[in-house]
Structure formats: C-alpha cells, structure tokens
Design a protein around this ligand. Sequence first.
Ligand SMILES: N[C@@H](Cc1ccccc1)C(=O)O
Length: 487
Amino acid sequence: MQTLPILSANERKVLKAIYRAGDGVLERELRVEGLDEREIASAVSYLERKGIVSTERVTETRYQLGPEGLRYLSEGLPERRAIEFISSRGSATLQDLFSELGEQEARIALAQLARLGIRPVGGRISAPEAERAREEVERSEEALRRLASSGYTGDLPVGLQRREGVVQRKQTSTRRIKALVRDLSLVEGAEGIGELTHEAIVSGSWRERGFSPYDLHTEVSVGWHGGRHPLSEMIDEVREIFLEMGFQEMKGHYIESALWNMDALFIPQDHPAREMQDTFYIQASQDIGIEHPEIVDVVKRVHERGWGRYVGWRYRWSVGEARKLLLRTHTTVTTIRYLYENPEPPLAIFSVERVFRHESVDWKHLAELHQIEGAVHSRESSLSTLKWLMRYFYSRLGFREIRLVPSYYPYTEPSMDVIVKVNGREVELGGSGVFRPEVTRPLGIREPVIAWGLGLERLAMLYYGLDDIRKIYQSDLSWLMTYRVKK
Ligand SMILES: N[C@@H](Cc1ccccc1)C(=O)O
C-alpha cells in the first residue's frame, strides 16, 4: 500500500475544511481560521500536487451595484418613479415628466419604458399604459436589492443588463475542488513541530511533540527565471549571419542632419518622405553643425546639375533644408557616411539599429523599429549578387520562399523590394538596390555598391508567429515566458 503523503499544518487545516464542505466546494467559499486567501490557494495547490485533491478552474460572472445602482436602491429606478407619477395623475405629458423627474432622469425613464413597449400617444402616457411596465420594473428593483445584499451571480433581468453605472459586471475565476483521498488520519492526530522555535528548545516541549518530517517527494512548481527578450535574440541571430560572412558591423546615431539622411542619398528636397508627416524633425537649441560639411558643395551640384551624363533634379538646392536635424528615418544614412569615410573597396558592412518614422501605429506598423541594413562595395557587386545575398540571408532564418519585386528609391537603380512568403501570406520586409552613380561618385566611391534596408520587427512577427507587430513591445509575460521560434 502506498504511504500517505505528509501534510503541513496549513494543508491539514485546508483539507479539513474541504472534507467538511464536501465535494465540489469552490475555493473562494473555503474559510479557514488564521489563513488568508493566498495561503488557502497555496495549500490547495500543494494538496493537488500531492494527489489528495483535484481542482478544476471555473470562471464566474458576478454583478455588483454601481454608483447609480446604489442611488436607485434608495430612490427607486427612474422608470418606477415615472410610473408612480403617471398613475397618481391618470396620465402625464413628456413635459410633466421632465419637470417632475428632471431632464436626465426623465430621459432614462422614457428610454426604459420604451424598451418595454410603452410609448407616449399624442404626447401623453396614460396610467393603464404605464402600469403595464410595473411588474418588470419591480423585478429589476428586486434584483438590485439582491445585488446589494449578496453579489448576485445568476442571470440579470433584461431591464438591468447593459446599464453601466447601475450594475457592474465582474469576471472572477476560482477553483472547484474534489477530494481524491478521503482519509481522516491525514488531518487528525498530533502534529509535529514544523518550525523549531527558541521556546520549544528552552521548554523542552520538542521532546513530546516530535518533528513533522520533511516530505522529500513533493514536487515543487517550476520557477521562472529572467531571460533575454525575443527581439534581442533575433538581433543577435541576424548579426551572427553577417559576421560569419565576414561583414563588418557599423554603429550610427539616432540624430542626423537632413544632409546625410536625405541629401547625400540624392533624395530631392521636395520629396514626400521629407514632410513633417513622415519624419520627426528636431528643434536644436543651438547650431550643432553638420558632419563633414565639405560635402555640401558637391551634393548641391549633383542635385542641381547632375553628375557626368546624369542631369540631376534641376531645382535650387537649399543648404538650410539640409541643415535640419531629424531622427534618422533609415539606417542607410550610416551606410552612406561609412562608405564616404572608408571609400576603399572591397567592403562589406551591416548594422541592426533603430530608426524612427512618423507613422500611425497599427498591427503592422511601428513608429520606432529596427532595420537590418547592409551594403557591399566591390567590383563584383551586382544585382545578381544582391539577389543571392537576400535569398541566402532569409534562408538562414528559415524563410526559403522570398520574392524580389521591382521598386523605387531615389538612391538606387535598379531597386527591389523583398517579400517573404509564410503560410501563403506575403509580407513586405524592405528595400534594396544598387546605389546610383549620383550617390556614390560625388563622394569618391568608385565601384558598384549594393545595399539593403530590411525591417526587423516584421520579420520577428513571422519568426515568432505573432499576428500583431505591437506585441513585440508589449511586455506580455505569458508570451515572453513561452515564445517559440516558428520557422
Ligand atoms: N532605406 C530604405 C531601404 C533601402 C536601403 C538600401 C537600398 C535601397 C532601399 C528604407 O528605408 O526602406
């Protein structure tokens, strides 16, 4: 025969209460002297783990009186007062009701009476008509009284449903408990000492009582420890892929001048992406200057008159516009400055960093996101190298099906957008292309440069099987503790 498990003092008390209450008792109904709700819950959990009881979660809808409900409890429901008033006079006009009950209450009363099928005829409600509602209204008042005394859990009369402020709905959850082992020796008999105290030693009482033994077979619950955020995990995985291929990692900064974020990339000054609706501009309290002001002249020339065979945008370029400070809208700004500072090919670079866009946030848009940025400056750089790289990169993360479609960016030609296919769904992940000569040549970059800028969070959504991008930044513990990679 199996020996009975050893119970702690609290477990004995709770088990006694369960035996007394009988099977199917709800945890919230258990009353144990000296124990609060939390201690009772913990004891029930231990009893369950020791195989003495089983539990089943139940959720209950409970109703409570709201502030208006409390008032109506003493004053009566507005519709009830309307009925009394109409009956006492034989009939009443809407105006009579307004002056008797006050505008607000009269409106509520009329709406409730209308719901019960009672409407004014020729601007009046007659007493017999109003009396038809009495029974239902009294039922509602009866329910209010019951709510006040007991916190009612049954169905609510229709007249009270959906009247917020009158009744409030509360969902609570508790456990239904069933005893699996019914053995009084579990809860009776002398109890050994659980905690050795100074008194027990000094008085020698420990000798008589003995000690309650430790139960070495009790299973404890699994503890949760801190862990890395899934997005951090993913950033490292992406970095690993590029580092393994011999790419160098770049570091940039959040605040940039429009000169580097836009002008150096041949984005014309009237381009829509430059508008306040798309970009967060920054008001600087002092002029902090721009990095590498020596490029201003050549950038101006390219915008206004082009480079070599290329004719440029042909407008008057403004240095004032270029000096504006902003939160970088893409990390391509880091790429272009890095290439300018390190113009010798071959060079393969990447970064995974944060960018900012003035977007309205929804299930697939964020205003702050990370971009997986990269570029290869080499004689061998070509559209086919770029296509191969994109396919290789995504396949390393488990996405074997990607589609590259023609696109447009002012700084690349040709340009391609990257679309990933997962479970039949296509998600646009970012842009790529070959830098235009108007971008590279004026800055002293001689060989072709292929470049890309890909969204990290959208990828993370697919990677972790989320249906809402915002979930990545909501610290939802249940997800953080259990997330799994879905490749
Ligand atoms: N910078 C572009 C992506 C891109 C990067 C490099 C080349 C072409 C496109 C974006 O923000 O979406």
